[in-house]
Design a protein around this ligand. Structure first.
Ligand code: F6R
Length: 239
């Protein structure tokens, strides 16, 4: 595991460079993407590089980590909407090659198909992760089995509270989500995790220095051969 500590601005630039390098080498790379507040700086930087003609997603495919159950892609808090707004509509990726788990209809069937689509695409080349305050990655809450693939999850009170800031009230935060599993994440060829701010420091410390423990899902990343944690000083403050 590699750990890089820098300012949020430099982290966004360094992480964006990872996409430039990957897509130069493999224009049809399969990208595992994340939502939430953490990747916004990175997506902004990628859009800037795209506008400068330094990166192209024309042949790339993407698979997002997760989606709320019950929200369709037109809901402004759905993760599909977030991705369209913050990245997909601003770069040259083929919309048909962007994938977000389906939060409507038969969730178990959506989950099964999602794994099949990732496998058919050849697996994920680079997976982007944020980090939950409780150590979750994707929506894999503490206790999610290591062998999990895309599945439906009941969100913890902690996660619903953390995400309530995006909704009118906590009652509007969905109770369930569909997420790639721990195994789906670990299958990625390389992984980049970004964590910013003091409220991530404890989860970062447990994930990096603690024992590998399913109660801290990100600690499992210690077992992956190609992981980089990009941290600001606050997120790294307990290391
Ligand atoms: C989002 C996701 C979540 C977030 C995590 C941190 O697709 O999978 O694991 O990365 O909840 O969220 P932020 O970045 O909003 O602090």
């Amino acid at each position: 595991m590699k750990i890089i500590v820098d300012t949020p601005e430099n982290i966004a630039k360094m992480a964006a460079e990872r996409y430039v390098t990957l897509l130069n080498k493999k224009p049809d790379a399969v990208l595992g993407l994340a939502t939430g507040s953490t990747p916004l700086g990175l997506y902004g930087e990628i859009v800037k590089l795209y506008n400068e003609g330094k990166i192209s997603f024309a042949e790339a495919k993407s698979f997002n980590l997760d989606e709320y159950v019950g929200l369709d892609g037109t809901h402004d808090q759905s993760y599909r909407y977030f991705m369209n707004e913050n990245l997909f509509s601003k770069v040259d990726i083929n919309p048909d090659e962007t994938h977000v788990p389906g939060g409507k209809g038969d969730i178990a069937e959506n989950a099964k198909k999602y794994e099949e689509m990732i496998a058919a695409a050849g697996g994920i080349d680079m997976q982007l992760l944020g980090l939950g305050q409780n150590g979750h990655i994707g929506f894999n809450e503490p206790g999610t089995p290591l062998a999990s693939v895309t599945h439906e999850i009941e969100l913890t009170a902690n996660t619903r509270e953390a995400n309530a800031r995006f909704f009118a009230s906590i009652d509007d935060v969905p109770t369930h989500a569909i997420s790639m599993g721990i195994k789906s994440v670990m299958n990625a060829k390389s992984i980049i995790l970004i964590a910013l701010g003091k409220n991530k420091a404890e989860a970062v410390a447990k994930s990096v220095k603690g024992e590998v423990d399913v109660m801290v899902p990100a600690s499992v990343l210690q077992l992956h051969p190609d992981v980089t944690f990009y941290l600001d000083a606050e997120a790294a403050s307990l290391l």
